[in-house]
Design a protein around this ligand. Structure first.
Ligand SMILES: Cc1cc2nc3c(=O)[nH]c(=O)nc-3n(C[C@H](O)[C@H](O)[C@H](O)COP(=O)(O)O)c2cc1C
Length: 241
């Protein structure tokens, strides 16, 4: 080969980040395919015996999730959309569920807070794999009065108050040291002043117009029971899984 002849391309070494061919799955895909779902003994769910309202069923499934040892059953995905309709999702804690709706709390100035101000509508998702159960809740979201947010915050731990006092949620953070300084000051204040106000801390209440209960089944005959509210009355339907 002459000195100026183009060098033949060397064969590319397999890149573990590229999609695998069906015949040569990557380590990641092998790991992914080895995972199982609905592979344990799961409870039966008889939708015919379900109550007329979704709330008692939610309370019962929540108690059963706790009894089954489900970790953090009080955490849920919260989906919102911005003014253009673009969606986002994150995990938040459930603060209560009653006749008013499903309660959660956050900062009004955060991304989710701005979404909810622009479009006061959201969806919640609970997944409790210990029993193969999923619950979806959707509906309009209202802001609770400020005294409710104050009471909610001050009934919780010093850490929860300190975290709320730090504020600025979802703003760009210049350095982690800045957070450490703000957090130290907030912890000091939360210990000294357990009633310190955190003005942006807001309790939101999602008033459901649809609640769906999903019971996973090893034979994939999952039971989906949906409750839909029209004119204050709940209607129940089964859905194809
Ligand atoms: C287990 C868990 C619980 C959380 N609970 C809350 C909560 O109750 N309220 C909250 O504002 N953020 C909570 N977060 C943080 C949110 O997931 C999210 O990072 C933060 O609220 C900012 O979201 P945003 O930028 O979409 O507003 C929690 C995160 C995890 C992992």
């Amino acid at each position: 080969m002459s000195a100026d002849a183009p060098t033949p391309p060397t064969p590319a070494s397999p890149d573990p980040s590229t999609p695998s061919s069906p015949s040569r799955p990557t380590e990641f895909v092998r790991l992914l395919r080895a995972q199982r779902v609905w592979d344990t003994e799961l409870p039966d769910f008889a939708p015919a015996a379900a109550p007329a309202d979704p709330l008692p069923l939610f309370e019962r499934w929540f108690a059963e999730a706790v009894a089954a040892g489900q970790t953090e059953p009080h955490t849920m995905s919260l989906a919102t959309a911005d003014a253009e309709g673009l969606p986002d999702v994150r995990t938040v804690m459930l603060h209560g569920a009653d006749q008013e709706g499903w309660h959660f709390a956050s900062h009004a100035g955060s991304r989710k807070g701005r979404h909810l101000a622009a479009r006061p509508y959201a969806a919640l998702g609970f997944y409790w794999p210990a029993q193969g159960r999923q619950i979806r809740v959707r509906g309009p979201v209202a802001v609770a009065p400020p005294e409710v947010a104050r009471a909610d915050l001050h009934a919780r731990s010093t850490g929860a108050l300190a975290s709320a006092l730090v504020g600025r949620q979802s703003e760009v953070l210049d350095s982690y040291e800045e957070l450490e300084r703000a957090s130290d000051a907030a912890w000091d204040r939360a210990r000294r002043e357990p009633d310190a106000p955190a003005p942006s801390w807001t309790v939101y209440v999602l008033e459901p117009d649809e609640v769906e209960f999903f019971q996973g089944d090893a034979r994939r005959r999952h039971v989906r029971l949906t409750y839909r509210r029209t004119d204050g009355t709940w209607r129940k339907d089964l859905l194809w899984p």
